[in-house]
Design a protein around this ligand. Sequence first.
Ligand SMILES: Nc1ncnc2c1ncn2[C@@H]1O[C@H](COP(=O)(O)OP(=O)(O)O)[C@@H](O)[C@H]1O
Ligand SMILES: CC(=O)OP(=O)(O)O
Ligand SMILES: [Mg+2]
Length: 405
Amino acid sequence: MKILVMNCGSSSIKYQLFNMDSNNWSVMAKGGVEKVGLKGSFLKHEKENGEKVLLEGEIMDHATGIDYILGVMTSERHGCIKSLEEIDAVGHRVVHGGETFNSSVFITDEVITKMKDCIELAPLHNPPNLKGIFAISSLLPHVPQVGVFDTAFHQTMPKHAYMYAIPNSLYKKYGVRRYGFHGTSHRYVSKRAAEILNEDYANLRIISCHLGNGASIAAIMGGKSIDTSMGFTPLEGLMMGTRSGDLDVGAVTYIMEKEMIGTKSASVLFNKHSGMLGVTGISSDMREIESAIEKGDELAKIGMEMYTYRVKKYIGSYAAAMGGVDVVIFTGGVGENGDDTRASICQGLEFIGVEVDPAKNKKLRSKEAVISKDGAKVKVMVVPTNEELVIAQDTMQIVEELVRK
Ligand SMILES: Nc1ncnc2c1ncn2[C@@H]1O[C@H](COP(=O)(O)OP(=O)(O)O)[C@@H](O)[C@H]1O
Ligand SMILES: CC(=O)OP(=O)(O)O
Ligand SMILES: [Mg+2]
């Protein structure tokens, strides 16, 4: 079964074409359109053999972008399939599923109506996700589509973890509560860790640290998310590349008053100009922060200390929430590659049984591995995430069930 996986952001469209069968899978092509609706838009396409193509063009909207993608996939020169009829299904990443979606779904008109109801909860993320779904509906009208939600895995959180201490009427009226994100990634790496360790997923207490541009951490007990650091939006929790993470609401209103800015500017300030970029003034990219530290930049050093300290604090609090921890997982670009970052986060956590083996950790990049000392109480692991694969697998499963019915 050939499955196209799409992740439509506000100005980008990422895609991967999977060739799936029940035991095996391969990526036939992948790539992305960037700067959708802006000047200088382009499409980067990579074939299975690693050959890369860059196509520049005016890509004014998501439908045009997806048309470009389907065009390149079937083109004689760069293509990987002969015709669009080879695509059996399309799976979409959808960021916010509210309280409506606790698992992946086959997309029907009814589902689209419910997805539209979730737009208010994620005005930046959900509209482009829906645009992708509509574009596929018009370009590939007979191909089944599946929605895979970032929030779904966290729908198992208990009320005391997801409620905010604000008037209950605000939860009732507007659904203001913790939802959590990156659920597809937390689900994948936690299951995978249990497989690698040959342990029963249902018996493990796992803390999963997804440290990418966006970063979140989840407490997973018996295979269920019981708490996570992102909240009503993907802004809460850890310090991120450009997002502030946890912040006193009093500071927010104070800054808005002093700087005389409204809600839109405040949202841009805390989402795009804060985090590592805001603190250091250098970059949101961890590699650049690391090289600035090497050159002796003081703010970069402080930024890094803030970053690792926060992750450490969350690990401690989630260990408390679960009455202990068996596995700590690092994933996402920083978690998978940042060996020094991993070491700093774990330093001082020996009291809960977290002990990293420096030799196993050093220079380990994007590879499944256990990096804790032999015999340590907690297994510390690196598990590269693969959200696209989960979307392809969910899509295949749902479409196969549909065919069986
Ligand atoms: N070798 C590396 N060492 C440290 N950080 C890295 C390395 N490679 C990538 N990263 C960091 O990973 C982050 C991007 O993570 P990624 O998961 O790819 O992002 P996204 O959330 O956009 O998917 C960037 O901050 C980048 O600097
Ligand atoms: C929800 C979210 O934060 O996603 P990303 O990490 O892709 O920005
Ligand atoms: Mg990523």
